[in-house]
Design a protein around this ligand. Sequence first.
Ligand SMILES: [Zn+2]
Ligand SMILES: [Zn+2]
Length: 330
Amino acid sequence: MTEPHAGPGQVVVKVAGSGLCHTDFTVIGRDLAYWKSNPPPFTLGHEVAGWVEEVGSGVTNFRIGDAVAIAPSWASCGRCHMCRSGDENHCLYQKGIRAAGVGFDGGHAPYILVPDARFLVPIGDLDPVQAAPLTDAGITTYTAIKSALPRIWPGSTAVVIGAGGLGLYAIQFLRLLTGARIVAVDSSDARLKLARELGADDVFAGGPDAAKQIRELTGGIGAAFVLDCVGVDATLATGVTALSWGGRLTMVGAGGGSAPFDFFQMPPGAELTTSLNGGNIALQEVIGLAALGQLKILVDRYPLSAAQQAYEDFEHGRLVGRAVLMPGQD
Ligand SMILES: [Zn+2]
Ligand SMILES: [Zn+2]
């Protein structure tokens, strides 16, 4: 294959790790209409870290060999209010959802061309294979929780629905950033066990009883914050039913579900919101936490040549952590 070369302001990164994400399945074709602004072909992989291989003219703040993680909001303009606030993920001028590995060539390859050096975050001594999933799974939950912090007071209850690739980070961020009681909801006993190990105080099996159990646990008040990492009708129903008055439910799982926005079915004063990905500064902060040893990052490592196997293991729920492809290991 031909290697990419860095034009002015651009950087080529030698890929150490490129994570698999549920989004890849929708990009591959489960729901192509959703991604029609991103016609194939392009290389998948939007959770990428590695080493700077080549810098284009004008790039002075990175050197060849620097270990870096790649922030994914490549379609952000860099100059609107959202971008200047550090919320490149919610840039006002990006057309559709486009990112590394979603419309642009991503990281499931030996090298990746990063269109602007502003998307690189130095990772120092952190293992780039471990850093890879932080660039999406990490910052998505971090950003959703950070913006909800004024709603999550010490002693309140925060619920994470789905204790998988996203939720296991969410539990850790809630532990690190809030004084809330943390509840995890999932259909898998193995994942609930992991959730407890990573900081969940209480765990419940997913299903129709989960909301009632959360309500009982909170003396009838409900949860101040619910993070739905699945996003199907059933999990949203659980989330709305478990939510306290004035609580916030944030959906980060792109499961395609919906919930009625109804005056009498919603808890009064509650907020329902979505959150897509995270900005460059969020990645810098999450990398900072990881560098301090504060984050447990579970990865299942595969050589790039085993990509098919990795996707099959992912699809059939055989992963413990996040699957990460390692192009250098073939
Ligand atoms: Zn993703
Ligand atoms: Zn912008």
